[in-house]
Design a protein around this ligand. Structure first.
Ligand SMILES: Cc1cc2nc3c(=O)[nH]c(=O)nc-3n(C[C@H](O)[C@H](O)[C@H](O)COP(=O)(O)O)c2cc1C
Length: 240
């Protein structure tokens, strides 16, 4: 059994957290990850109150948290109340300044995870009082800034945390798909990992069968970075 500060802090068996992938990380996937000994986070994403209530209800009895896209949450701040009413195991904020929401989350004594892509954002997360900083490198699926690799960002953020806020925990995110990636992240100074794409590929994820088949059949050389999904969904990302 691999124990780290993360497994102790959250009372979990494995230092693995499910990324709160918008709509993909529903109750079924989040509870599967928690039940397997990690920590599942429901993907609150852009924000749909009814969906969030339904998924929390479906996960009832299993300890799960949830995550939001911060700039989108700023447009619908009531979604945070819905999440906090369900006593989540954690709330994760990504893509935007966490400060406006951090106070409410911490006042509810819910652990705050902040996902960052740069050292500057890591400083902002520490200023906001994050309990856990998630260092997301450019290998990550979904959105990201894409300028830093996971391999260099984790040790940079680990050094920053050691100097400024040693009790804050650190997760590495981006390109971790198996035990080798987890071991690498721990060696670089993380307390655990946040995994998205690998869990996207599981049957518990809310993904169309066709997309699953295409992705599973593909190899890493076929990776591309594109904003086409945002264009077809008319999402206007302000922070990238
Ligand atoms: C399909 C997909 C959707 C995502 N949606 C979100 C999201 O809504 N909110 C968020 O904070 N991160 C989201 N992410 C990014 C993850 O939080 C995480 O940084 C990433 O999955 C880690 O890299 P990996 O995909 O290589 O494991 C998403 C990732 C994927 C693959």
């Amino acid at each position: 059994m691999l124990t780290t500060r993360l497994t102790h802090a959250f009372g979990i068996e494995h230092p693995v957290v499910l990324a709160p992938m918008d709509l993909v990380s529903g109750a079924r996937l989040a509870t599967a990850v928690t039940t397997a000994g990690g920590l599942g986070l429901i993907g609150g994403g852009y924000g749909d109150g009814e969906w969030l209530k339904r998924e929390f209800a479906a996960a009832a009895g299993t300890r799960v948290g949830c995550g939001f896209i911060t700039w989108s949450l700023a447009r619908r701040p009531e979604l945070l109340d819905i999440a906090l009413e369900h006593r989540p195991a954690a709330v994760m904020l990504s893509f935007g300044d966490p400060a406006p929401f951090a106070g409410r989350i911490r006042a509810a004594t819910v652990p705050l995870l902040c996902q960052v892509h740069t050292l500057d954002q890591a400083r902002q997360a520490l200023d906001a009082g994050a309990d856990v900083v998630v260092a997301q490198g450019g290998e990550a699926g979904g959105h990201g800034v894409g300028t830093r690799s996971t391999f260099t960002l984790i040790p940079d953020v680990a050094d920053l945390i050691a100097a400024r806020s040693p009790d804050t925990l650190l997760l590495g995110a981006g390109g971790v798909a198996d035990g080798r990636g987890l071991a690498g992240a721990l060696a670089l100074g993380a307390d655990g990992v946040l995994v998205g794409t690998r869990f996207w590929a599981t049957e518990e994820a809310v993904v169309s069968a066709r997309a699953h088949a295409r992705a599973v059949a593909a190899d890493g050389d076929e990776t591309i970075r594109t904003s086409v999904y945002d264009i077809v969904r008319s999402y206007d990302w302000p922070v990238e």
